[in-house]
Write a protein that binds this ligand. Structure first.
Ligand code: G3P
Ligand code: CA
Length: 335
């Protein structure tokens, strides 16, 4: 009876020990999107046509913290949201309106183009009939649709070719309540490959948080690190290509209070690697992926080996004592 009681106590104790061990090995940890912010690159552009309302809506539904806009300026001075300088890749419609450079077209011309068909052709797995006919949005239409309820990550594209782009961006942000306190809360991050464009924005409104992008072809970790001292004079973070991110870049950027937001990260494995390097956010065409990943908790001492060692001790020590007592008893009987 006494032996049964001892066995029950031991088994119970082992089960209590096993629970945290099982938890630690069954994928518990912190969701990756709590470790690094998710930037919906051109919206959820892996699933829907880039820079369209369906792509932005989906990015937000899938948990993106920011939706990205690439800006182009029309001939008549309107900011529209399109990645390429020209219409050729993604726009379809009357040739005179929907081919060539955006800067050479009026808004009226741009609005005759649609940007959904190309996506359906290129991505039959995600094609939808309702994508055909989607317009190129103006930045103002984006602000009208989403208001101050979402976070924007806006890029001045080809600003050298589009004088006045920065002023028009800041005018619209002011009109839609996205400067002042909203800027301080980082509701809008403004990014550019052009340091001149960023410095111009800083001069217009020093409170706006800016991100310095670095070109994948022209830069590497070392050249970016050499520029950090300069970048920290106007930016709150850097946007390198994922290929250029290594531990030294992240630590040197952080030492200068610059966040690191690599682009464009579409594979789970590269997301995990970048998170282990300590990046603060990442651009992705698939905003759901980051939310599905779990990052192992690293805080505190390594618990698993500690628990296993304690368990082994608790099990073995009584057994050893019990065995020793048996031996003693046997020895005294036989003497
Ligand atoms: O803005 C970050 C990333 O989007 C830069 O590359 O060419 O997609 O604008 P791109
Ligand atoms: Ca961009």
């Amino acid at each position: 009876m006494r032996r049964f009681g001892l066995t029950t106590a031991l088994v119970g104790f082992l089960l209590v020990l096993a629970a945290p061990v099982a938890g630690a090995t069954s994928g518990e940890g912190t969701p990756a999107n709590e470790t690094a912010l998710t930037i919906g690159h051109r919206g959820a552009s892996g699933y829907a046509p880039e820079h369209t309302f369906p792509a932005y809506d989906l990015a937000l539904r899938l948990g993106a913290d920011y939706i990205e806009q690439d800006l182009q300026l029309t001939k008549d001075g309107v900011l529209v949201v399109l990645h390429d300088e020209t219409l050729d890749r993604t726009a379809r419609g009357p040739e005179e309106n929907c081919t060539g450079s955006v800067i050479d077209k009026t808004l009226e011309q741009i609005k005759t183009c649609e940007v959904g068909s190309w996506f359906n052709e290129e991505n039959p797995g995600y094609a939808r009939e309702e994508y055909v006919g989607l317009e190129i949005p103006t930045l103002e239409e984006v602000f009208q649709r989403y208001g101050s309820g979402v976070n924007y990550y806006i890029e001045t594209k080809n600003p050298e070719e589009a004088p006045g782009m920065e002023e028009e961006l800041l005018r619209l942000m002011g009109e839609y309540g996205l400067t002042g306190p909203a800027a301080e809360q980082r509701q809008v991050l403004i990014q550019s490959f052009s340091p001149d464009s960023l410095r111009k924005i800083q001069a217009l409104d020093p409170s706006l948080p800016l991100i310095r992008l670095y070109d994948e072809e022209e830069e590497d970790s070392e050249t970016i690190r050499e520029d950090l001292e300069e970048a920290q004079t106007y930016a709150v973070g850097i946007g390198p290509s994922k290929e250029d991110v290594d531990r030294s870049l992240v630590s040197e950027a952080h030492a200068r209070s610059l966040e690191v937001h690599p682009y464009t990260v579409n594979e789970e494995q590269e997301m995990e690697e970048l998170i282990s390097l300590g990046v603060d956010a990442m651009f992705t065409n698939f905003p759901d992926l980051l939310g599905e990943l779990t990052v192992p908790d690293t805080g505190g001492p390594p618990l698993l080996p500690l628990i296993v060692a304690s368990g082994a001790f608790v099990v073995c020590a009584p057994l050893a004592i019990f065995g020793w007592l048996l031996l003693q008893r046997h020895a005294s009987r036989s003497s």
